[in-house]
Design a protein around this ligand. Structure first.
Ligand SMILES: NC(=O)c1ccc[n+]([C@@H]2O[C@H](COP(=O)([O-])OP(=O)(O)OC[C@H]3O[C@@H](n4cnc5c(N)ncnc54)[C@H](O)[C@@H]3O)[C@@H](O)[C@H]2O)c1
Length: 437
């Protein structure tokens, strides 16, 4: 009998629960979660207590000891973005394969360190780009790969984050660019990866303009809508504000964050209209790809609905794609199941049909049917991706959905170049940021 693959997980926050549950249930025949690591011992204890687990739990300084003592084969990295490179490199240097959450990392120097370490150690490094696996996104890849619109010359891509999910990036660690690389890296890495994959190409030149226009103290004050509270929990001034997160009303969030705060001071519910936000909430980007296609991309983090529109123009026609992930945000208390939404279960569910239309030259438009699923997060993508990562038989994958470290690096380089362009006002060549990629 083949021995079970032995996993350790580092970073026991909300995203890690998907991997924990997959390893303990669906994939328990072939895989074993053996040990965990996090900088917050209280959160590790809660994470275990939820399921009655008693896994050995290590602090960051004990990471190597954990890998050696428990003969770990592969490490799952679900810590905050700024720390990914550290655990990825330490794990590979200790002889482990790595599965890391996106983004691979937050800047070019850390990316270089990861690529060099992977090259030196030869270990397998997978970046979990779940969006590739959503059946609707896979369908687009299949159609473009079939040449239905000929050579793709341009992509017009708009992504809306709503005032519930989008606002959440401004409540916690993401709001500091040093932690997340800003939304261009933290969030748009998904979108830039999709485009690299859809076009089978790579970004060459990036130009971006962006700003903080909605969240933040100055914007709220300029609109005459200042909020005096520092955090949403336990402050009467936050009552009734749909932007405030009161963790006392959200048992899951209370257990996972509020009750663990004393150990590390991680404040999960900061005022999104407060000070200290160094990321943008609205950005426009232009990218020229190696295959000469040009993308115009826009991200807005304060939209009244959540989803995306992508239009591909090709030499034989157009492919027009619209996905509504959440039709609108209700400010009403009764409909305000925030914890469920921001922990990943609800907002990514498709609530309206996706629309995918092929418009050929000289012919009527054709609506393309897409297999929709609501099983698992992100429009069914998470479930399919987990099978690809942990399943015993690798699925036949003509669409090449499994993302390597190179895809991970290429996807963040568009965002890192966009950050550089926003600060200099100049176009940025990706090869100048990371020579040899
Ligand atoms: N693919 C997706 O759709 C998706 C969705 C959500 C999150 N994510 C990614 O998952 C990762 C985690 O996000 P989250 O929402 O679970 O965050 P979170 O804040 O809930 O959890 C982060 C965890 O990392 C721990 N941590 C922080 N610094 C650490 C350090 N130096 N060493 C060890 N542990 C440390 C924290 O204590 C916390 O337990 C992020 O990289 C995020 O981009 C991906």
């Amino acid at each position: 009998m083949t021995p079970k693959k032995r996993y350790a997980l580092v970073g026991t926050g909300s995203r890690s629960r998907m991997y924990r549950d997959a390893l303990l249930n669906t994939y328990s025949d072939t895989s074993e979660l053996v040990a965990i690591c996090d900088s917050n011992p209280v959160r590790m204890a809660v994470w275990q207590a939820d399921l009655g687990l008693t896994l050995p739990a290590y602090p960051p300084a004990g990471f190597e000891e954990m890998l050696g003592r428990h003969r770990i084969d592969a490490v799952i990295v679900t810590t905050i973005d700024r720390t990914h490179h550290d655990y990825i490199c330490r794990a590979m240097d200790a002889g482990c394969d790595v599965i890391t959450e996106k983004p691979l990392t937050v800047d070019a120097a850390k990316c270089r360190q990861i690529l060099d370490t992977q090259n030196r150690t030869g270990k397998k490094l997978t970046v979990t780009f779940n969006y590739r696996y959503a059946p609707r996104n896979s369908k687009v890849k299949e159609l473009l790969q079939s040449g239905i619109i000929g050579t793709v010359t341009s992509v017009h891509f708009e992504w809306m984050l709503d005032t519930q999910h989008g606002a959440d990036y401004f409540r916690r660690w993401h709001r500091d660019k040093r932690n997340s690389g800003g939304l261009m890296v933290h969030k748009s890495t998904h979108h830039f990866d999709l485009v690299n994959w859809w076009l089978s190409s790579r970004p060459e030149t990036v130009m971006a303009m962006g700003d903080l226009r909605f969240y933040g103290r100055e914007n709220a004050e300029a609109r005459g809508e200042p909020r005096a509270y520092v955090r949403g929990t336990g402050d009467a001034r936050a009552a009734g504000d749909p932007f405030a997160l009161d963790m006392n009303k959200e048992p899951d969030l209370k257990r996972m964050y509020l009750d663990c705060e004393s150990a590390d001071g991680y404040i999960r519910d900061q005022n999104v209209f407060g000070d200290g936000i160094s990321i943008e909430d609205e950005v426009g980007v232009m990218v020229r790809y190696q295959n000469r296609a040009v993308m115009t991309y826009h991200l807005c983090a304060f939209a009244p609905w959540e989803g995306y529109r992508v239009n591909f123009t090709g030499t034989k026609g157009r492919l027009e794609f619209e996905v509504v992930e959440k039709a609108y945000v209700s400010g009403g208390e009764g409909d305000h199941n925030l914890a469920k939404n921001i922990l990943g279960a609800a907002p990514q569910d498709v609530v309206e049909p996706t629309s995918l239309v092929f418009r050929p030259h000289w012919g009527p438009p054709q609506t393309i049917a897409i297999p929709e699923t609501n099983q698992g997060g992100h429009g069914g993508a998470d479930t399919i991706m987990l099978e690809d990562i942990f399943g015993s038989k690798p699925a036949h994958d003509p669409l090449a959905r499994a993302a390597s470290h190179e895809s991970g690096a290429l996807s963040i380089m568009t965002g890192i170049a966009a950050n550089r362009s926003m600060s200099t006002g100049l176009p940025v060549h990706v090869r100048d940021l990371l020579p040899g990629l």
